[in-house]
Design a protein around this ligand. Sequence first.
Ligand code: ADP
Ligand code: TRP
Length: 321
Amino acid sequence: MRILSGIQPSGTLHLGNYFGMMKPALELQERGQAFYFIADYHSMTALTDPAERRRNSLDVALDFLACGLDPKKTVFFRQSDVPEVTELTWILGTVTPMGLLERCHSYKDKVAKGISFNFGLFAYPVLMAADILIYDSNIVPVGQDQKQHVEVTRDIAIKFNELYGETFVIPEPQIRAETAKVPGLDGEKMSKSYGNTIEIFGDEKALRKKVMGIKMDSRTPQEPKPDADQNLAIQILKLVAPAAAAREYEDRLRAGGLGYGDLKKALFEHYWNHFASARAKRAELAADPGYVQQVLADGAARARSVARKVLQRARAASGLE
Ligand code: ADP
Ligand code: TRP
């Protein structure tokens, strides 16, 4: 069974990325052959600073390795190190109806926000389909917001197979209900583009300030809070703290007597401890950039040998040779 996912190097990774995508993906490393990559071609649709792309790509690599990606088990690579995927993007684009892309939420949201969009942004789901199909992927672990893109991938693969004969494996998205949508500091979906993130790694003082700055309502500490499960700090605490500890805070908040300041302090401590060993590992890895480059180079070579075969299949099926 092949498991595949990607993440864009478009900013610093946050708890939404971690609990929505990275953690489930890391757990799946044990269940099959995992292929995980840094989607640097995709990042070009939004980010145009080369130095930033380079820095972010290295950061994503460090974050993933620090969080437990095992390069002995998992093929870990940079998307652009397998340029075959762009040829497959073209081929798939020719069987992709315009309407399918016009219906994509992520594209529509960006247009609605007035973000000036380029052809790459519109074609984004076709490149993503190529990413998935070129490795004969079965399972694609992602957060809820990427589900539609995996469905588009399925539609494109089915269409190609109908036209040119069985060529591609039809993939399935895998979404964890409990972390499908991790809330950000403002209660909306945590996202780099909303400026409401808690980063996985970063400066302790700045992160403490962010967590302590989470807005709460004006009820007094003594007041019982029957809606304790809706509290944002409790929701995030449930992700980073042991279940019993999170339940205890939830019960204390519900009963009354727990102040929001103390709750946020506890949240910060649990969050900081949750990533303590990953943080130490990250510092170790950051001191050895040669190792990270080697991991990515090995990953690219392994990914590329699979991609070449599948691309060949698609070329042959469609009469390109
Ligand atoms: P962002 O919204 O911060 O730009 P990306 O779109 O790069 O994040 O998402 C990378 C991966 O992390 C995707 O699989 C996405 O579904 C997941 N993800 C991002 N934010 C969240 C969130 N708040 N909750 C759950 N999953 C998330
Ligand atoms: N579009 C995904 C995101 O923003 C990243 C991505 C690119 C991806 N190609 C992929 C995810 C293939 C899964 C499979 O999060």
